[in-house]
Design a protein around this ligand. Structure first.
Ligand code: COA
Length: 319
């Protein structure tokens, strides 16, 4: 497969740590020293669909793939606007991609990696040729804004890539899940509730996280996954130009860099300005490094995600 174009979209409203400190018991010092996050974009007029559509249109413009040629649309999200129809189907309708099969993937912050892997697997059947893959979230609506330990970490946005079955950019891919540890990061759906059985009251649920457990999971799993995918791709770690990691916490990224013995200059970040945007973090970062002219033909990059499930994924791409 080959990435033909990328795009991203962020809500207009920017909320700094100082802005949050005006409305809750927190501080720029607490948030930035523990996470590296200084601000985040929060949806006011935007929705998950509108952000995904904006990112998708930019990726399609760059890819120069006609709408009729798109035969696959995969959206990775945990915060679609509807339980159904899916975000992918909403985007399909908005861009008029009538020939595409469209569906969502729910794999938390690993979602974009899972979408890329799924597109690659579909391509290998020979039945699909051009895919639009996206990570798009409005996590702000899933936060308990009275829980300062979670709501300060997350933001909203979308990233997209158009990928084609032609080409051999993908040198390796690993994925994994640990459902047994899944309750460390969760958001309840509606409980069973009908005429015959009621398990709870119908209330909105919000993100709940055991931050320390997720932190430990990330610093253990991500370097292992990257080591595994580099071995699979037969690429020495020194040959990787950039490691595009899920943007959850600067300390996690620093720990991964240390474990891999690689300098922080190889780990570009957007979390200072965006916070954690779950499935959208990696594609937004990919779009940024490309648009900043940081990737040239022949460069090898690693992308890696980790998060709810618990799940993880890592790939090596040669540009
Ligand atoms: N502002 C000020 N104080 C806060 C706060 C906030 N926004 N959030 C929590 N605190 C307080 C807590 O109440 C607690 O106080 P107490 O000790 O009096 O009970 C204290 O800060 C906890 O601080 P600390 O133990 O230093 O937290 P930490 O080092 O574990 O950092 C996280 C917390 C969430 C930043 C960290 O665990 C983390 O980043 N985990 C990974 C989360 C993640 O990446 N999730 C997404 C994965 S996809």
């Amino acid at each position: 497969m080959k990435i033909l174009g990328t795009g991203s979209a962020l809500p207009k409203k920017v909320v700094s740590n100082d802005d949050l400190a005006l409305v809750m018991d927190t501080s720029d010092e607490w948030i930035s020293t523990r996470t590296g996050i200084r601000k985040r974009h929060i949806a006011v007029e935007e929705t998950t669909t509108s952000l995904a559509v904006e990112a998708a249109k930019k990726a399609l413009d760059e890819a120069k793939v006609s709408i009729d040629e798109l035969d696959l649309i995969i959206a990775a999200t945990v915060s679609s606007d509807y339980i159904y129809p899916t975000l992918a189907c909403e985007v399909q309708a908005a861009i008029g991609a009538k020939n595409a099969t469209a569906f969502d993937i729910s794999a938390g912050c690993s979602g974009f990696l899972f979408a890329l892997s799924t597109a690659d697997a579909y391509f290998r059947t020979g039945r699909f040729h051009n895919a639009l893959i996206m990570g798009a979230e409005t996590l702000s609506k899933m936060m308990d804004w009275s829980d300062r330990s979670t709501c300060v970490l997350f933001g909203d946005g979308a990233g997209a890539a158009v990928v084609s079955a032609e080409g051999n950019q993908l040198l390796g891919m690993v994925q994994g899940s640990d459902g047994a540890s899944g309750m460390a990061l969760k958001c309840d759906n509606r409980p069973v509730n009908n005429l015959y059985h009621q398990m709870g009251t119908q209330t909105y649920s919000y993100t709940e996280m055991d931050g320390r457990a997720v932190y430990k999971f990330a610093v253990r799993t991500v370097p292992n996954a990257i080591g595994e995918v580099l071995e699979q791709a037969k690429v020495p770690v020194e040959d990787i130009k950039y490691f595009l990691l899920h943007q959850a916490n600067l300390r996690i990224i620093e720990s991964v860099a240390k474990r891999l013995g690689q300098p922080m200059e190889k780990f570009p970040t957007i979390l200072e300005d965006c916070g954690n945007i779950s499935a959208a973090s990696v594609p937004i970062l990919l779009d940024k490094v490309r648009k900043d002219g940081m990737i040239n033909q022949g460069d090898k990059i690693v992308m890696a995600g980790f998060g709810a499930g618990l799940t993880w994924g890592a790939c090596v791409i040669e540009w």
